[in-house]
Design a protein around this ligand. Structure first.
Ligand SMILES: [Zn+2]
Ligand SMILES: [Zn+2]
Length: 103
């Protein structure tokens, strides 16, 4: 993989390590096609984030506010574990209503 920016590449700053990385044209199309915004982390940090998910998988939990089952994605489990938080008791919409306290 080449590290020098190609025409059309966007130069972004990684939120995790602060490095500058190129967001390739092909990737831009891919991200836009999926309705995603620009990546906030460089490839290395994205890879590291992915590696941190090993051992976690999506689970379903029941919301204590509305009673509905909601998906608790592996990515969120990993970040909760990193912060030492307890698993969420509420689904995302209910957590949104009670913004401010720990989910
Ligand atoms: Zn980075
Ligand atoms: Zn809920």
């Amino acid at each position: 993989m080449s590290t020098s920016p190609q025409p059309g590449d966007k130069l972004l700053i990684c939120k995790s390590c602060g490095c500058r990385f190129a967001f390739g044209v092909g990737e831009q199309y891919f991200f836009a096609g999926n309705g995603w915004g620009d990546p906030v982390r460089c490839l290395d940090c994205r890879r590291a984030a992915k590696a941190a998910l090993v051992g976690f998988e999506d689970t379903r939990r029941q919301c204590q506010a509305c009673g509905l089952e909601f998906r608790w994605p592996a990515a969120e489990q990993a970040s909760f574990a990193r912060r030492g938080w307890t698993p969420p008791r509420k689904c995302v919409p209910c957590r949104g209503k009670a913004r401010g306290d720990q989910p």
